[in-house]
Design a protein around this ligand. Sequence first.
Ligand code: COA
Length: 260
Amino acid sequence: METQNIVLDIKNHIATVTVNRPEKLNALNAETLTELYQVFKKLKQDNAVRVIILTGSGEKAFVAGADIEEIRRHDDISGRIFALRGQKIFRFIEKMEKPVIAAVNGYALGGGCELAMSCHLRIASEKAKFGQPEINLGLIPGYGGTQRLPRLIGRTRALFLLLTGEMIDAATALQFGLVNEVVAPERLMERVNEIAALLAKKPIIAVQYILQAVDQGLDLNLDAAMNLESELFGNICATEDMKEGTSAFLEKRKPEFKGK
Ligand code: COA
């Protein structure tokens, strides 16, 4: 697949997707967003890929937002379409049946923060900065920021960030629970690859069910969410991997999962 602004590298069941527009701090213009979607659709189909890492190219930015030059041209109708399009693509990433890890190497602002929040795990470099600065442009977030941020860090902190447009550093993002870990910039890709390698060895159906249970369950009431969990638990009990994992434990050996 030919892409201009997205670089894809696949090794040992791990795909690394790099947004590659460093001269614009990896800002997501329409073309980049389309390519991102094409790449994730391809990765969804690729059974050899078990874990996906998403990062930005260059020293400075993960993604510094949607492309402001493009946004400026929108009116009420095209603006709605713009938001729906980005939301659909980010939701596609969030609903991937394989873990997606954001390696946040620098600025994750606006659409960049929204993109990172659509990933399942976020590992940040000490240099990373997060924020939803749309308010300073006379805008509001349109790729899920007003919804995912309060869900991830709570309404109080989210409203502060959304209303002030202020950035937070990686240490604060960790304290807020916005990221899983913060590491030195030079360790970032090594650490993210370590986590990816760990996840790539897990039984894939269980991985898929955990992602599904958390994604769907969080927005259900507790009884409906428990119902979903028990249904998935029943399904997982019918897998060969469950028999293998439990037998291996009892036989004091390492399990060999087959993804069945
Ligand atoms: N959309 C379009 N272009 C962007 C961009 C965005 N979201 N973010 C950065 N760029 C461009 C700049 O216009 C500049 O282009 P130029 O060299 O052609 O002038 C280039 O990327 C480098 O950015 P610059 O602002 O010069 O870097 P900086 O180190 O001084 O500042 C930021 C870095 C991230 C603080 C600053 O670029 C910024 O505030 N970006 C916008 C963040 C934002 O509001 N995102 C939400 C968008 S809805």
